[in-house]
Design a protein around this ligand. Structure first.
Ligand code: CUK
Ligand code: CUA
Ligand code: CA
Length: 643
């Protein structure tokens, strides 16, 4: 799919195709059929890069003056925190940028035996008692205040189980998970940027019958979905808006007035061909103040046992605006100057640039045609999915089918749309391969600093040592600080990050705690339970029996648990509560009971607990799982389960 020149110049970036952005014309429906097949999508654009294999290329070459390097010498810290969605692993990963070193994992929707996520009572309070086996997270976004990251929370969707989670950034732990009612598959997720988050916006992607009671498979007229707003402080669903079509990705403005979502299935199709019928689908804009006013007025219904106000935002509603755009659009990204929002055309080689002030005008009745909010529709290449920004007026759009990123200038695209003869395209760079999201450092905030871009490529193909039929993704680091993009490093990752945020360490480095506060709400219920048993968890190691319920309290201080042994009876419900009284940074203990499926992490200052039924008689050793001391191996004890 590439020009010859692009293959030669390869990774280091290629020149613009001057004056010929229209090289690939608007895709006809006939061409779409072949693209729709996975093979078609995968192969296009991959084919000719074999000659690059084995060349170190510019990736590890010493950075020339003025170029950025991914090398972070031993003992030095990365400049940026990256928060990577873990996709269908259900977790979030903290990655240092530019080194691309994985620093930590945060279990969210997934069980994780390392820290006992899904094992401990504290995590089960977050996950729910009968939590599903995992999640599918795509979109991590940090809370903001006035368009700046504020370091409070990261929110993330679970498409697999229609949920939204919140991670506390002070301890990097998930503290709330909310089921979203009345919809199926939360995909797009964003936060309100101003005055603060505020709302967390969540798209229900799939159309489902209403009511979804097992009667309708084939009556598309009964199918619907909704846009949801959660309160980021309480994690309750604040309201929902019924829409026409489906909802893919979502975005918010910088003034706190609007949310906006892409729809690829305006057709209401139930299979692939029917979702590609229309030349244009749309984005739908939600006027938050008008929605809040309607909720206040009682202009809503509720559905079933859910108390969430549901408003009708289908065509004709006063608080939604449907803007037709081509074709099966996917990502939607607001520019950091607060002026524009860009929808990415996917099956159209274009992106659509809309101006927020014109959206103001439309809601004020000053514009007749929703398309009057569109100020540019530049053609960039095949399969535009997501756009990132450098804060210098340029957009960086991933081209899935072309396996490229197109750098383009927003104001030039607007001028070209107005009829001026200007070339808005600045550069295209090959990526390996098939990029989904790309994300720039600080690029979704007013502080976009135009230093780094990460391209999250779905296919890595020949870029790494073979790992079996399942290949890692390839997240490539690109220097965007200069006039031309430069590929700096490949980063293999486990499936399947969709999105990432990159924030400067100054925003977080002093907010992250190195030990737990004793009054932390994460384990407050456990400490309160101890108090009811007249236990001071910092000092007492003791067994309390209440009928068939046994509570085993113990301290942990390297290299010894407060109890060397304890006794329970077969059939007892046992709750073990361990408190780490080592107030020493980085001295975490673990508590594992062999052959009992119990392991939990207890970091400095923390209390953790797990409840299980003692259903096997015998002696079972418990031991510390975090190497905490020279005598770590000896940090153990015995549980006797009496027959
Ligand atoms: S994403 Cu969720 S299908 Cu492009 Cu934001 Cu990957
Ligand atoms: Cu405590 Cu190892
Ligand atoms: Ca469509």
């Amino acid at each position: 799919m590439h020009d010859e020149s692009s293959n030669k110049s390869g990774q280091s970036g290629q020149s613009v195709e001057p004056g010929n952005p229209a090289r690939r014309n608007f895709m006809k429906t006939s061409a779409l059929a072949s693209l729709a097949g996975a093979a078609g999508l995968a192969l296009a654009g991959c084919g000719r890069k074999g000659d690059q294999v084995g060349t170190a290329g510019p990736a590890k070459a010493a950075a020339a003056a003025g170029e950025l390097s991914d090398h972070v010498p031993p003992g030095q810290l990365d400049e940026y925190y990256g928060f990577w969605s873990g996709g269908q692993s259900g977790e979030v990963r903290i990655v240092g940028v530019p080194s691309m070193r994985e620093l930590m994992r945060i279990p969210v929707f997934n069980p994780d035996f390392t820290i006992g996520w899904g094992v401990t009572n504290e995590s089960k309070r977050v996950l729910g008692p009968n939590f599903p086996p995992g999640g599918d997270c795509h979109h991590p976004h940090m809370s903001q205040t006035d368009g700046h990251y504020d370091g409070r929370y990261i929110f993330i969707n679970d498409k697999a189980h229609t949920r939204v989670a919140r991670i506390r950034c002070d301890v990097m732990r998930t503290d709330r998970i909310t089921d979203v009612p009345n919809v199926q598959a939360i995909h797009g997720l964003r936060v309100q940027r101003a005055p603060r988050t505020g709302y967390v916006f969540a798209n229900g992607e799939f159309l489902i019958p209403a009511p979804n009671d097992g009667r309708d498979l084939d009556d598309p007229k009964k199918y619907q979905t909704m846009f949801s707003a959660l309160d980021g402080d309480t994690m309750e669903v604040a309201w929902q808006v019924l829409v026409d079509g489906n909802l893919d990705n979502t975005e918010a403005d910088y003034a706190g007035k609007y949310a906006i979502s892409t729809c690829y299935n305006s057709e209401g199709g139930m299979d692939l061909p029917s979702t590609m019928q229309a030349e244009r689908d749309w984005v739908v804009v939600f006027d938050i103040a008008r929605i809040e006013a309607a909720v206040k007025k009682g202009d809503f219904k509720t559905i079933g046992s859910s108390k969430v106000p549901v408003l009708d935002g289908r065509h004709g509603s006063s608080f939604t605006l449907y803007i037709p755009i081509p074709k099966n659009p996917h990502g939607i990204n607001a520019s950091p100057d607060g002026k524009y929002v860009v929808a990415n055309g996917k099956l159209s080689p274009t992106v659509t640039v809309m101006e927020w002030s014109r959206i103001d005008d439309w809601f004020a009745g000053k514009l007749k045609d929703p398309r009057d909010t569109v100020v540019a529709e530049p053609e960039l290449g095949l399969g535009p999915l997501h756009t990132a920004y450098d804060g210098r007026g340029n957009g960086y759009t991933t081209l899935f089918i072309d396996s490229q990123i197109a750098k383009w200038n927003i104001e030039d695209a607007i001028a070209a749309h107005g009829g001026k003869k200007v070339n808005y395209l600045r550069q295209k760079i090959d990526v390996a391969y098939q990029p989904g999201h790309c994300h720039s450092s600080m690029g979704e905030t007013r502080d976009a600093d135009g230093k780094w871009l990460v391209s999250l490529n779905k296919f890595s193909k020949d870029r790494f040592l073979p790992t079996g039929p399942l290949h890692p993704d390839n997240d490539q680091l690109i220097d965007i600080s200069g006039e031309t993009m430069k590929l700096v490093a490949d980063g293999p990752v486990y499936a399947e990050p969709h999105d990432v945020i990159l924030l400067h360490r100054r925003l977080l480095i002093d907010k992250v705690k190195k030990s737990w506060e004793r009054d932390d709400p994460f384990f407050a219920e456990t400490v309160a339970m101890a108090k009811r048993h007249d236990i001071n968890v910092l000092a007492d190691s003791k067994v309390i029996r209440e009928g068939r319920k046994v509570f085993v309290y113990m301290t942990s201080a390297a290299p010894i648990f407060g109890l060397g042994s304890f006794k329970v009876k077969k059939g007892d419900e046992v709750t073990v509560v361990v408190t780490n009284i080592d107030a020493v940074e980085d001295v975490s203990h673990g508590f594992c009971i062999t052959n009992y499926g119990i392991n939990m992490e207890i970091s400095p200052g923390a209390t953790a607990s797990a409840t299980f039924t003692a259903d096997k008689a015998g002696v079972f050793w418990y031991y510390c799982t975090f190497f905490c001391h020279a005598m770590h191996m000896e940090m153990s004890g015995r549980m006797l389960v009496e027959a």
